[in-house]
Design a protein around this ligand. Structure first.
Ligand code: TEU
Length: 562
């Protein structure tokens, strides 16, 4: 019933990035059996759902976000049986599993793309975007691309195929050709893949860049910013003309005749509140919730994530407040600060030195007390920090390596580029899980595929589990609070003191229940404005009771003011 609160309104999701979670084989890369062996660790945190980043067969140009066979587990992660064992283990602990669904593009090694590339008139040609060179240019030469769009991972969004003398479109790497969703066969195949996974027992999907699947078939040139090289194609592929039709069609083809507690979450870069409302209105039958990107774009110059500028807290409050209000009557928010594409949140928004515990738990309090479904990215519950890499050979991520090469070829200073990577590279979140103070943080007995963060001897799961005061223990309490308290899952959101530069305070209310959340987002003591009353402490990140009208550095408090 779309009019009743859905089960996920009090659920918490935990993201596993399999290559960096736990290696059971000793080859240096995480695998499925490694995850299965650590399920108690995840279950004890209290989460309800695991989102697993891609484990499908893939040449791994983008760590699995380039799938060559949608119905096979990649051997690097283990066997088909290993997958079924993991799924059973998750279900046995009362949790659900959602898979990553990467269908804006496939791998260039997918059979359909191989066939599509063979000739201009083959039956698969139209399942991807092939276009002629721009007239008046020598095919394959700069300027001959069918339009001026840049790829998300540097360079043109087009690659020339000398065999058939046309270009194909790829919004990401050349090894990730975009599928042509205008072709009904593409859509039917995606639905078939989804049904196949649901029949296998999975509980839903996290849909990669799902708001990019409908493109304006004219593929017009985009605007080139002053000093820029490539045009901005986003107006022509973000929430394109048929996006809502495609999502409704997908929902009915996969979920219409099923009963059960499924979950769909769309990754939607660039989505506005108005679009998110359309995507997540339960009466429309599209998606359950979306990952929006506004709040992870506030600390950089527009359109250039490498130009990191730091966050003004007021911008975050303004943005989240708009999302909270916009999706209050209908629709639903997902809540996140980190994932496998973002730097570690404690390093980016908190203080990963002196106040690491306090700021990690403050950020968690802030996030988990908003209205929406919180997502935890592996290691966040330990307060893991960004990688601390200082040399280009420590990096593995294709986006980071391409950016480095591209920036240097344009004459940038290598140290400045390394500083940008240290702040914003996706590899910051991809270093191995820190399980213990053993060699390689207990992640592998072999050589890890990417260096372990040097701080693993004091930041690790073993240490957090051994202590009553730890980031992990605090996350347990927050998750329990959401499960037990309807005001946390369903209460109205009311922002307080929007103009205060370091205080993030808000009220949640449901019937006669009222919680007040007060967070000091700074390393200095903060005197609370007089309008903020005190009440019974529900949860806070300092052990000793403090002054009611003062917050200590990075102090977060949840108080009952009913
Ligand atoms: O990410 C899509 C996306 O647009 C970003 O998060 C992207 O990583 C960022 O803009 C880079 O600056 C998804 C996946 O989460 C990511 O890992 C994949 O690389 C990408 O799609 C392509 O499948």
């Amino acid at each position: 019933d779309p009019d009743l609160p859905a089960w996920w309104t009090n659920a918490v999701v935990y993201q596993v990035y399999p290559r960096s979670f736990a290696d059971s084989s000793g080859n240096g890369t995480g695998d499925l059996a490694g995850i299965t062996a650590r399920l108690d660790y995840i279950a004890e945190l209290g989460v309800d759902v695991i989102w697993l980043s891609p484990v499908h067969q893939s040449p791994q140009f983008d760590n699995g976000y380039d799938i060559s066979n949608y119905r096979r587990i990649d051997a690097m992660f283990g066997s088909e049986q290993d997958f079924d064992d993991l799924l059973d283990g998750i279900h046995a602990r009362g949790m659900k599993l959602i898979m990553d669904l990467v269908v804006n593009h496939t791998s260039s090694e997918h059979e359909a793309f191989r066939k599509s590339s063979r000739s201009r008139d083959n039956a698969e040609r139209d399942t991807y975007w092939w276009r002629d060179p721009r007239p008046g240019f020598e095919p394959g030469e700069p300027g001959a691309e069918p339009n001026n769009w840049g790829s998300h991972f540097s360079g043109s969004a087009w690659t020339y195929d000398p065999g058939t003398k046309q270009y194909y479109l790829h919004l990401f790497t050349p090894q990730q050709p975009d599928l042509n969703w205008e072709n009904p066969r593409v859509r039917e195949r995606v639905h078939a893949v989804m049904n196949w996974w649901i029949d296998r027992g999975v509980d839903g999907f996290r849909m990669d860049v799902i708001n990019f699947i409908s493109k304006d078939p004219a593929l017009p040139d985009g605007v080139v910013e002053p000093g820029g090289v490539w045009g901005d194609g986003t107006p022509y592929f973000t929430s394109g003309p048929r996006i809502h039709e495609f999502l409704r069609e997908m929902r009915s083809a996969v979920f219409a005749n099923r009963t059960g507690d499924f979950l769909t979450v769309g990754e939607t870069p660039g989505a506005t509140v108005d679009q998110a409302l359309l995507f997540t209105d339960p009466h429309r039958g599209e998606l359950d919730m979306v990952f929006q990107f506004e709040h992870v774009s506030l600390d950089q110059s527009p359109g250039n994530k490498w130009d990191y500028r730091g966050l003004d807290l007021r911008d975050l409050k303004t943005s989240w407040n708009r999302w909270q209000r916009g999706l209050s009557a209908t629709g639903w928010n997902s809540l996140y600060l980190g994932n496998h594409d973002q730097p570690r949140q404690v390093s980016r928004f908190g203080d990963d030195g002196k106040y690491r515990y306090e700021s990690a738990t403050l950020l968690a309090t802030l996030l988990h007390l908003h209205r929406g479904t919180p997502y935890i990215y592996q290691g966040e519950e330990l307060g893991m920090t960004s990688a601390g890499f200082t040399s280009i050979d420590q990096y593995r991520d294709v986006e980071s390596l391409n950016y480095y090469a591209d920036a240097l070829s344009r004459g940038s200073d290598p140290d400045a580029v390394l500083a940008a990577l240290a702040a914003m590279s996706r590899d910051n979140a991809r270093t191995p899980m820190q399980w213990s103070s053993e060699p390689n943080a207990g992640f592998t007995t072999g050589t890890p595929w990417i260096p372990v963060n040097a701080n693993f001897r004091h930041i690790n799961a073993e240490a957090d589990l051994a202590s009553e005061k730890s980031v992990y223990r605090y996350y347990q309490k927050l998750i329990r609070l959401r499960h037990e308290s309807a005001v946390v899952s369903l209460g109205d959101f009311h922002l307080l003191d929007p103009e205060h530069p370091t205080l993030y305070a808000f009220r949640r209310s449901l019937g006669d229940q009222q919680f007040l959340v007060e967070c000091n987002v700074s390393g200095a003591v903060l005197e609370l404005p007089s309008n903020l009353g005190s009440g019974d402490l529900i949860l806070g990140n300092y052990e000793e009771a403090g002054e009611p009208h003062w917050l200590r550095p990075w102090e977060a408090r949840i108080v009952d003011i009913s």
